[in-house]
Design a protein around this ligand. Structure first.
Ligand SMILES: N[C@@H](CCC(=O)N[C@@H](CS)C(=O)NCC(=O)O)C(=O)O
Length: 207
């Protein structure tokens, strides 16, 4: 059994959607981020990175980082084939874009939503946020140009990249404008939104 450490407000839903797609059993532990529980020893002992989400594996090891969780689930549950495995022609490009979204896209949202985590200068918060929004526009335009499938990211069809990308767009300040400017991203997100796994997880996060 897996245990997912999550928080409704964080919206970091990709690991949960992936587990739903794979049909693997898991339970959840809610971490109260609003009260700072993720920074307290209890959670910090579980995930030293002190960020959410984290996943306890059946053998009791805990891993954080959405990209690492995606890859580990993918190699353990290959039947749905949403994470290309070593030897698969799409593996390299999959790793490239998963890493780009985790290392570039995700932190841009942290900068935009939490500029206070970037600067000690409270007066600079708004400038940090504006720069993050501009960089996000560039980031999504770059992703839109790089989507090679239709309606999904990769020509092979549905993959965890689609889930990850859709998660990022959910954090956008103006998702309609994002979709209008980036039609391939819009197509990916609409296709993902039609999937029962995504609808189920989103409903829980919106409760
Ligand atoms: N690189 C991490 C980022 C995770 C992350 O930043 N999560 C946010 C919630 S969406 C968090 O835990 N923030 C802690 C904080 O704001 O103190 C990942 O991909 O899992």
């Amino acid at each position: 059994m897996y245990t997912l450490y999550w928080e409704r407000l964080s919206g970091a839903i990709a690991p949960q959607v992936i587990m739903e797609e794979m049909g693997v059993p898991y339970d959840t532990v809610w971490i109260d981020m609003a009260s700072g529980a993720h920074r307290q020893p209890g959670y910090a002992d579980i995930n030293p990175v002190r960020r959410i989400p984290a996943l306890r594996l059946p053998e009791d090891t805990v891993i954080g980082e959405t990209a690492a969780i995606t890859l580990v689930l993918g190699e353990r549950h290959i039947q749905q084939d949403i994470v290309p495995q070593p030897g698969d022609d799409d593996r390299a490009v999959f790793l490239f874009w998963l890493s780009a979204m985790a290392a570039n896209g995700y932190p841009l949202f942290t900068r935009s939503w939490h500029p206070e985590q970037i600067t000690f200068d409270e007066a600079a918060n708004e400038t940090v946020r504006q720069r993050a929004e501009a960089d996000l526009a560039d980031f999504f335009a770059m992703i839109d140009r790089s989507i090679s499938g239709d309606p999904y990211f990769l020509p092979r069809g549905y993959s965890a990249l689609d889930i990850y990308l859709t998660m990022l767009t959910e954090w956008s300040a103006d998702r309609d404008a994002l979709f209008a400017a980036n039609p391939r991203i819009a197509a990916v997100c609409r296709a993902v939104a039609d999937r029962p796994s995504y609808r189920k997880v989103m409903a829980q996060h919106r409760e």
